[in-house]
Design a binder for this molecule. Structure first.
Ligand SMILES: [Zn+2]
Length: 359
């Protein structure tokens, strides 16, 4: 209900040309909106995880709103430099994609390219090198495919008793159990992939087809190189999608990530916190690695005096309506109610180092 009223209010403000006045204001001119996307669906992924995946037609609508609203979509590095110099053009926006999934290559990039917009990909690289589906995501997706059923025996995947797939909560619990097992047994990537294959068999899904289709895989080195040659900007997101709370391990994540990126990451000086998780400790470690900016998932527009290592971004999802999206583009949304920032300090468990989870 609150959401409905919010949208209704926004529509009234838009009709009263308040959107336009804020978009043309000096307040907005001195701010940069960094957009964050994860995936553009190749099939039904947007129905499985609407907060991660967007239908291609919706993503196209977003690009159309940027074009029709005369937004200046800038390359991230240029936008950040001009933000610091207080030299942004009006209605500045930067587009970023997290993780670097195959669907960026296949779905999102052709659309972005057709609009001539620059784009940055924060590429995580373990699964890019490994060329198999991301374990936690593929398990979750396959269980969702069989939602509504109850499997009589979970033994083939090491889980006792029957497996109830009827609710999301039960499916999440199964994925957690599989992750715990893989972690406790110190499984390699190949062993985790075998476990995913056994789960597929149990669910009567064709895992060979899933592999061939590149479902929930990341771009490989050749695809990254190809897009880099076309001008896509690849930046840092850690090798294993992980931020260990040990300095040496944390910095190794950056070094391994950079080594894998095009031109050995020579231009990779911009970072995005995996899962939006950050701690004060990370800032000097990033600086020591030559990183000059870092983005969070805290919603907001960045101003010239924003900490360059704690830059806000709008995570755009299927659940954000067109009028809400426009309220962010124009800059009116953060003026209506200041969104709650995410907590700075996170539980130690977020600093996994041996397990690659992407979400
Ligand atoms: Zn990520």
């Amino acid at each position: 209900m609150l959401k409905t009223i919010g949208r209704a209010v926004l529509k009234v403000l838009r009709s009263a040309r308040v959107f336009e006045r804020v978009a043309n204001s000096s307040w907005r001119r001195n701010r940069l909106l960094i957009l964050c996307y994860h995936g553009v669906a190749r099939g039904d992924e947007h129905l499985w995880r609407p907060h991660l995946y967007m239908h291609p037609s919706l993503f196209r609508q977003r690009l159309e709103l940027l074009k029709r609203g005369n937004y200046n979509v800038l390359p991230l590095a240029t936008a950040l430099a001009r933000l610091r110099q207080q030299d942004l053009p009006e209605r500045s926006v930067a587009i970023t994609f997290d993780d670097g999934a195959f669907d960026f290559y296949d779905q999102a990039y052709p659309l972005v390219k057709s609009y001539g917009f620059p784009v940055t990909v924060y590429q995580t690289t373990y699964y890019s090198e490994y060329s198999k589906p991301v374990f936690n995501l593929i398990c979750s997706y396959m269980l969702w495919k069989r939602r509504g059923s109850v499997l009589p025996d979970g033994k083939p995947i090491g889980l006792p008793g029957s497996l109830d797939l009827k609710t999301e909560a039960r499916r999440i619990e199964i994925v957690r159990s599989l992750l715990r097992t893989s972690e406790a047994d110190g499984m390699t990537g190949a062993q985790r992939n075998d476990l995913a294959a056994r789960l597929a068999e149990l669910l009567h899904l064709d895992y060979d087809q899933i592999l061939a289709n590149r479902t929930l895989q990341l771009m490989n080195r050749d695809e990254i190189a190809l897009l880099a040659a076309e001008g896509v900007d690849f930046q840092l997101h850690t090798h294993r999608h992980s931020t260990p709370i040990d300095e040496k391990l944390f910095r190794k994540e950056i070094q391994d990530n950079r080594r894998y990126l095009p031109q050995s990451g020579r231009n990779a000086v911009h970072f995005c916190y995996p899962s939006g998780v950050y701690r004060d400790d990370f800032l000097p470690w990033l600086q020591a690695e030559g990183v000059i900016s870092a983005t969070t998932c805290n919603p907001g527009l960045a101003s010239g005096d924003a900490d360059p290592f704690l830059l806000p971004r709008l995570v755009d999802t299927s659940e954000i309506s067109a009028v809400e999206f426009e309220s962010w583009l124009t800059g009116i949304r953060p003026l209506l109610r200041s969104p709650k920032p995410a907590p700075r300090i996170v539980p130690i468990a977020a600093g996994r180092s041996s397990q690659v989870m992407i979400d």
